[in-house]
Design a protein around this ligand. Structure first.
Ligand code: RIB
Length: 302
């Protein structure tokens, strides 16, 4: 099968990660156990996840003209990602995420920096990357106007537009109309649709005006099969080290395997996401095609 072409419009960050035995209380100073710097950003993470699994990936985004920006660009290039669509903005710092890993979970504060300097005009200037793609991926760490422009261009060229609505915000109706597949978790879906967060997942999905593939962490995923049925797929048991970027790995991998049908694509995306949490850092544990195949071969069939 030919390698799918995937264009990712989204954020590029440097992740500053502190590990600690537990999360601090407000006002508390806590002694951590380690500090590390990793490559991150939901957009860059999804691009790397897809590239590792063999896709031909183009990134559309922005970094600052600082050392972090140069490092982030080098990282994308090393992963074989086309960075023609990544602007270097003179007056903004590269996006940064301050991450605390503790208690098997994480807390993330993102300072968008150059990611917030991306304009709809820049997305339009990258129309050729969108027109050439088999699928376009987006998240919500760049301005909403840019996400809408990317969705409009994907629609213009008849390309599937897969939106991972994180960090969640209420989505404009126009954007929901143009989304081919929305990939939130339950909490994000409630926020995107402006519905109560305690609404059952099945009901949230039923209320969505577009197809939904809901991620449920280690419990797998819930999705419409396209024939009016809601399907569930379990996740994989692994020993988690750092769950940062698991959702991004899921999205990047899903886009790569989408042509193999929902069931297979979701299973492979779940497996890739499971592998991704076994190492520290958003991108460190993302598998290549061989590692994913080995992992799946060792599992009992679903
Ligand atoms: O989804 C994980 C990512 O969210 C991190 O890499 C961080 O940069 C934030 O954007």
């Amino acid at each position: 099968m030919q390698a799918p072409k995937i264009t990712v419009t989204g954020s590029i960050n440097i992740d500053l990660v502190t590990s600690s035995p537990r999360f601090p209380q407000p006002g508390e100073t806590l002694m951590g156990t380690s500090f590390e710097r990793f490559m991150g950003g939901k957009g860059a993470n999804q691009a790397v996840a897809a590239a590792r699994l063999g896709a031909s990936v183009s990134m559309v985004g922005a970094v600052g003209s600082d050392a972090f920006g140069r490092e982030a660009l080098e990282n994308l290039k090393r992963e074989g990602i086309n960075i023609e669509g990544v602007q270097v903005l003179e007056d903004a710092p590269t996006g940064m995420a301050n991450i605390t890993v503790a208690e098997g979970d994480n807390h993330i504060i993102v300072v968008a920096g150059a990611n917030s300097g991306i304009t709809p005009a820049h997305i339009e200037a990258c129309e050729k990357q969108i027109a050439a793609a088999d699928a376009v991926l987006a998240q919500l760490e760049i301005p909403m106007a840019c996400v809408i422009t990317a969705a409009a261009l994907a629609r213009k060229h008849g390309k599937p537009f897969i939106l991972n609505p994180a960090p969640a915000q209420k989505l404009p109706a126009e954007l929901l109309d143009w989304v081919t597949l929305l990939t939130p978790n339950a909490h994000e879906l409630a926020i995107c649709l402006g519905l109560p967060e305690n609404m059952p997942a099945e009901e949230l999905i039923a209320r969505a005006p577009c197809p939904v593939l809901m991620t449920r962490g280690s419990e797998g995923a819930l999705y419409h099969d396209g024939q009016g049925k809601l399907r569930r797929q379990g996740g994989f048991n692994v020993m988690p080290v750092d769950t940062t970027g698991a959702g991004d790995t899921f999205n990047g991998a899903f886009a790569v395997f989408r042509a193999e049908g929902m069931e297979t694509a979701v299973r492979k995306a779940n497996a890739a996401a499971a592998l991704s949490v076994t190492k520290a850092g958003a991108q460190s544990g993302m598998p290549d095609a061989a590692a994913l195949a080995t992992f799946l071969a060792a599992q009992t069939p679903p």
